[in-house]
Design a protein around this ligand. Structure first.
Ligand code: NAD
Length: 507
């Protein structure tokens, strides 16, 4: 029988990464699919991480001199290399993060999409020309590279989040230093090797990419701490839990560095009395159970109008009871939790919900043949009389808390009454309800959808959330501005020196 360790080795060989990196390191890597050890990789020391950042700072000074469309050529080649490695990298994501093959491939597709987006962007890093009050002057805004961009990523999107940051940071003229999750170092090693291949081709084509333009730091949070503390890193984009972001954000603020924080979500949907219930059922079920509830945008709270509550809940309960839980590599919709710790946190949340009077369906551990070491669970549906206790927190597991409501205002107030503000949705065919939901008095989240679930994102839009989700924005729209610094320039082409606000100063 082919073990996951053997499969991983052969995927590394196919990706052109020497498989010896999979052996003899201090960091033990397990696949959540069956709990087996698939590799033991080396970690970097604090001194090694510091040296890497110093090298990146030197590289950044050379890279910023390459015109932006030239930098875009490197990202175009990265997109090409990702297309060539899509199958293998996607499979590796599935093995290391426990996702279905289509989700693994989908993650790599996001990487390709952001490369395409960034290539176009490399010719559009534009500023404004602004009307000036002074005659014979011109005022404008220019955007410049920051230097070194640090990237800290979470286990659940082990490579897409890096690509979102890396593609933009590189076209914006920065060097990059990546600290991936210690739970998913293999996909990081493989993705970084894909970038190395793009760099080789870029240089062969005459591109001036300095050595040390991109670094990968394998290790635990202590390595992340080095990145956060280093004075030559003016921006850290950190994706992970709110508790991580609270520490990282404060440390960065302490040295006046910038942060892009992409933290936890406690996402909600409203199913109105005017909803298309068939569509709502599909939207809710996928958003709540997909990726075993381990997306930052997973649906965790559901408010259903009393007029459709019983009818909708009957259908939702049967969808929950019948969803296929099993080995994600065989295409089951609900794969494993990342590890035993996640399972325990899920059980603790369900116990707390029961103590609050919640009625729980599902949530138990499921034994999957051949994958006995994996933590598989039946997704849990929990009917609550009120929003309290564990409903107010993000538990990174497939638990959906369901509550009834009478008035839309009440549902919106409840939806907004949590600390997080990432993603939200309403299912309704009523135009007034839909428009209210996406207006200033509706959802307070960074993402507010109508007739689409909360999970997933499209590269063209800015991605991120408010409140304890951190306020950062990545990916599309004008998120690129977060990776550059803005300068306002005033140019006097007259012979006079008029001062602003009519101030006179004669010497
Ligand atoms: P985590 O916070 O445990 O770890 C995330 C990363 O931060 C890891 O690389 C970890 O080593 C590093 N880290 C932890 N403490 C650190 C510190 N003090 N200094 C520097 N680095 C530190 O998160 P996780 O369990 O890997 O991921 C799940 C969480 O991530 C969930 O809360 C989920 O909602 C969130 N998430 C958010 C988004 C988003 O875009 N908003 C996307 C994916 C995941």
């Amino acid at each position: 029988m082919t073990t996951l360790a053997t499969l991983t080795r052969s995927l590394f060989a196919d990706l052109g990464v020497p498989p010896d990196v999979l052996e003899n390191g201090a960091l033990v890597v397990r696949s959540p699919v069956d709990g087996s050890v698939i590799a033991q990789v080396a970690t970097i020391s604090a001194e090694g991480a510091t040296d890497a950042i110093d090298t990146a700072a030197v590289a950044a000074r050379a890279w910023r001199d390459v015109p932006a469309p030239g930098r875009g050529e490197l990202v175009r080649l990265l997109g090409e290399e990702l297309r060539a490695s899509r199958e293998q990298l996607g499979r590796l994501v599935s093995i290391e993060a426990g996702k279905s093959p289509s989700e693994g491939l989908g993650e790599v597709q996001e990487m390709i999409d952001i490369c395409d987006f960034a290539v176009g962007l490399s010719r559009q890093l534009h500023g404004l020309t602004i009307a000036t009050e002074r005659p014979g002057h011109r005022m404008m805004e220019t955007w410049h590279p920051l230097g070194v961009v640090g990237i800290i990523s979470a286990f659940n999107f082990p490579v897409a989040v890096w690509a979102w940051n890396a593609a933009l940071a590189l076209v914006c003229g920065n060097a990059i230093v990546w600290k991936p999750s210690e739970k998913t170092p293999l996909t990081a090693i493989a993705a970084h090797a894909v970038l190395d291949r793009a760099l080789v081709r870029f240089r062969q084509g005459g591109g001036a990419a300095p050595e040390g333009l991109s670094h990968l730091l394998i290790g635990d949070r202590s390595v992340g701490e080095v990145l956060v503390a280093h004075p030559k890193v003016p921006l850290v984009s950190a994706t992970g839990s709110t508790s991580m972001g609270r520490i990282v954000g404060q440390k960065l603020a302490g040295r006046f560095a910038r942060a892009i924080l992409e933290l936890g979500g406690n996402n909600a949907a409203i199913v109105s009395g005017a909803a298309d219930l068939d569509l709502a059922l599909r939207g809710v079920a996928f958003a709540a159970m997909g990726t075993a509830g381990q997306r930052c945008t997973t649906l965790r709270r559901l408010f259903v109008h009393t007029s459709v509550y019983d009818a909708f809940l009957t259908r939702l309960k049967s969808a929950y009871a019948s969803v296929s839980v099993g080995n994600p590599l065989d295409g089951h919709l609900v794969g494993p939790l990342i590890d035993g710790g996640a399972f325990e946190r899920m059980q603790a949340a369900l116990d707390a919900a029961r103590a609050e009077g919640g009625r729980v369906q599902g949530g138990e551990r499921v034994t999957v043949d051949g994958c006995e070491g994996g933590y598989y669970v039946r997704p849990a549906l929990v009917e609550m009389a009120a929003q309290r206790g564990p409903v107010l927190e993000e538990t990174f597991a497939p638990i959906l808390y369901v509550m009834a409501y009478d008035e839309l205002d009440e549902a919106i107030t409840l939806q907004n009454a949590v600390a997080q503000g990432l993603s939200s949705a309403i299912f309704t065919l009523d135009l007034r309800e839909a428009e209210t939901f996406v207006s200033h008095s509706g959802s307070d989240c960074g993402i507010a959808n109508v007739n689409i679930g909360t999970s997933g994102a499209e590269i063209g839009g800015a991605f991120g959330g408010e409140k304890e989700t951190g306020g950062g924005r990545e990916s599309g729209s004008d998120s690129w501005r977060g990776y550059m610094r803005r300068a306002t320039n005033t140019i006097n082409y007259s012979t006079a020196l008029p001062l602003a606000q009519g101030v006179s100063f004669d010497v």
